[in-house]
Design a protein around this ligand. Structure first.
Ligand SMILES: Nc1nc2c(ncn2[C@@H]2O[C@H](COP(=O)(O)OP(=O)(O)OP(=O)(O)O)[C@@H](O)[C@H]2O)c(=O)[nH]1
Ligand SMILES: [Mg+2]
Length: 329
């Protein structure tokens, strides 16, 4: 047990003695992870709590499945990140997913068309981002599993319906309900370092159906009422307005950089970048490429569009999006 754990740690740990349900335990483990300082000496402890969380989740699922037949949805991740759509009935969530991914989804002018969360892949330049379409929610109506799906995602795409005069208060209701369930939606430029408790998810708001008469005005009003907690983008799944901006904004939510690995004497392949968290260093990249590289890394050379032309950098160099990197061992 690392010696330098803060006093809150021991206080929270004491609560474990009285925790009964898997949910209570998960809550405590998450708070413990949140107060444990992150460094080499605490890696094992944090990993242990992550394992305990996973176990408690499984236990909770078994419990729920047998006791109440409550559905649990886990959306298998793939691509460079997972972004979940959240919004009221008929806002156009499925229509947006269809427009952004090209997938064939069920869309209809009655509410609750979408019944289960389902993943689709959105191409963005040379990577793919996973979008999760979901059934509708509101401040009053949110199934217990819904916040769990949001917790698993990297970020949130809120969808508002500009034809609904109550669009702003509906969004506020949803955001408030999620907050009650310990999921806090934050602006896209917020740095959310791990640990993730309370669960903070970067979000943007897509205000849909902008092509309709009256929508531009509704969009302005939405801005005034929501008082700017999220970046708002005016979009139309119907005619494609704003969708390229939205695509880039969704990528931006992930806070990742794309870096290209280059072999000395050859050109870098730009088809399959490594995607790493913003703030990652040359050393992080080396670890992602191969264990050998991370063990033997001496230095790297970096090329990019901002003018670096093979600059020699050390292992702490922080990578930028689209850096081309040549690792030297
Ligand atoms: N005019 C207009 N209609 C839209 C737009 N996007 C979606 N719609 C319509 O809005 C209705 C609902 O669309 P869906 O994509 O099914 O909405 P949803 O949010 O997935 O609905 P649920 O699955 O019930 O939550 C359909 O009739 C769509 O054709 C848009 O940009 N403009
Ligand atoms: Mg739908």
């Amino acid at each position: 047990m690392p010696a330098n754990l803060p006093p809150e740690y021991h206080k929270i740990e004491a609560e474990l003695r009285t925790a009964r349900t898997p949910e209570e335990k998960i809550d405590i483990y998450e708070r413990l992870i949140a107060v444990i300082p992150h460094h080499k000496g605490t890696d094992k402890l944090i990993a242990m709590y992550r394992q305990k969380i996973a176990k408690a989740r499984e236990e909770g699922e078994r419990h729920q499945a047998t006791a109440r037949h409550a559905p649990i949805y886990k959306v298998e991740r793939s691509g460079s990140g997972q972004v979940v759509l959240v919004g009221p009935p008929n806002a156009g969530k499925s229509s947006l997913v269809k427009a952004l991914t090209g997938a064939d989804l069920e869309i209809a002018d009655y509410p609750f068309t979408t019944r289960f969360p389902a993943p689709y892949m959105m191409p963005f330049e040379n990577i793919k981002v996973q979008l999760v379409d979901t059934p509708p929610v509101s401040g009053e109506l949110m199934e217990t599993w819904f916040p769990e799906v949001v917790k698993m995602a990297d970020a949130v795409l809120l969808v508002a319906d500009l034809t609904d005069p109550d669009a702003a208060s509906i969004v506020e209701g949803i955001v408030g309900r999620l907050k009650d369930r310990k999921v806090e939606l934050v602006r896209a430029d917020t740095d959310v370092p791990p640990p993730y408790f309370p669960f903070r998810k970067r979000s943007v708001l897509a205000a849909n159906k902008i092509e309709l008469e009256g929508s531009p005005r509704a969009f302005q009003e939405l801005g005034l009422l929501l008082d700017g907690p999220f970046e708002r983008l005016a979009v139309s799944a119907a005619d494609g307005q704003g969708l390229e901006t939205l695509r880039r904004a969704v990528f931006g939510l992930l806070h990742v950089v794309r870096v290209y690995s280059k072999i000395p004497g050859q050109k870098a392949g730009k088809d399959s970048p490594f995607t790493l968290r913003v703030g990652s260093t040359v050393m992080d990249m080396a670890k992602a490429v191969h264990k050998d590289f991370s063990e033997k890394l001496q230095y790297a050379r970096v090329w990019n569009a901002s003018g670096l032309d093979g600059l020699r950098v050390n292992r702490d160099y922080v990578l930028a999006d689209e850096d081309i990197v040549e690792l030297h061992i």
